[in-house]
Design a binder for this molecule. Sequence first.
Ligand code: FAD
Length: 426
Amino acid sequence: MCSSITPALNYVSRHARALAIQYTAPMTNPTLHTDIAIIGGGVAGLWALNQLRNRGYSALLFEHQALGSDQTIASQGMIHGGIKYALGGNLNAGTEAIAAMPEAWRHCLAGDGTVDLRGCRVLSEEFYLWSTGSLGSRLGSFFASKILRGRVEPLAQPDYPAPLRHADFGGQVYRLVDLVLDVPSLLETLAERHRQSIFNIDWHQASLQQVSGKARLVLPQCTVEPQCLLLTAGAGNATLLQQLGASSPAMQRRPLQQVLVKHQYQEPLFAHCMGNSTSPRLTISSHRTRQGEPVWYLGGDLATAGNGESSQQLIAKARQELAQLLPWIDLGHSEWRTLSLDRAEVKQAGLLRPDTAFVAPAEGIDNALVAWPTKLTLCPQLGDAIEAQLQDRQIYPHYQPQPQLLALQDLGHPPIATPCWDTLFQ
Ligand SMILES: Cc1cc2nc3c(=O)[nH]c(=O)nc-3n(C[C@H](O)[C@H](O)[C@H](O)COP(=O)(O)OP(=O)(O)OC[C@H]3O[C@@H](n4cnc5c(N)ncnc54)[C@H](O)[C@@H]3O)c2cc1C
């Protein structure tokens, strides 16, 4: 999907450094030109900021709360190769694209990818899958098939993760190519390299305007006129599009309710448990509160089917699931909470999950793109798709970044959002 970046880089070296920032007369609201203005600092916006600045674009990001506030900080941090989608028999270009993602992220973590993630904490290099129900017998032959070769490995009992290494455990455990990131650390790593280009925005004092088909951002200090306005505000994209008078691309919300249990059992577990259906019955990731207490964060079918249930009902169900699946584990004193939220994505027929990351122009606006990554995992794909869109529109690095920032310093810089295991157990 990514086309060559060479023309863009050549253009930078030949022209960009010679181009001056253009301010209007000092007594009026000055106009600041930048290559890219990004609205929304979740993983999508921060990833785009990093990748585009690495390519030589001047880029500014505006966030109205804390960075990663909505979905990103609530995510389980799994960077996965799409095995759970392949199980549904849905092998298409989308599942092939996601298969390449763990390796793309590993390159970034090693400092030789499109975005430099050195310093980001990896919670687990291992992700497991185990089977309990009728699907179990068919998994072995499916995972041995040519199409999944090298992506799934059946394990011998001594190699099982500690919580599954028990005499009463009856299923088969597989190791996937997936890894799990510490999401606050990911946000911190993406933000720290460009902190001076990331600003608070207060929409009581700011607005998006469309003038002759061009979007611009009006702030008390100045008017920002970007070559491209990039909307990466997650669920906030719909309102921003409305402000600009654009009705497409349309957005969908898919709600879920996750369960958190804080306990005293010290072994972590990062795994999908497969039941009778092709989507995970339960997905468990392990985290620690600021005080170092272990928390298991429970998703999968439990969370999607749990949308709309009362917190008490869902907690009762989650207790029952753990007691049934891992009866030998004593969590000790445990506290339970739930978290309801929406996954925001580009609209699909039947409210299905989109297969890929999405970026497209805002209808009727020459210089605005709207993006949803669909999954945190798909950020490398999203970054490449954004670059390809810019090149299609012949938007190349043009304005120098530094002098623009002075006028914006009063806005201040947003903090990183706090994970739910630190807010819900206070
Ligand atoms: C419970 C849960 C678990 C998940 N687990 C995984 C996982 O393990 N692996 C995976 O690959 N994916 C996972 N996902 C999906 C993944 O989290 C999302 O696809 C991804 O985080 C979306 O990122 P985003 O930047 O588009 O949106 P968000 O993270 O929602 O960020 C949007 C940002 O824009 C800001 N914003 C909103 N409106 C405005 C505005 N008007 N002005 C300025 N700023 C604004 C918000 O404050 C926020 O900071 C999970 C999702 C959920 C809900």
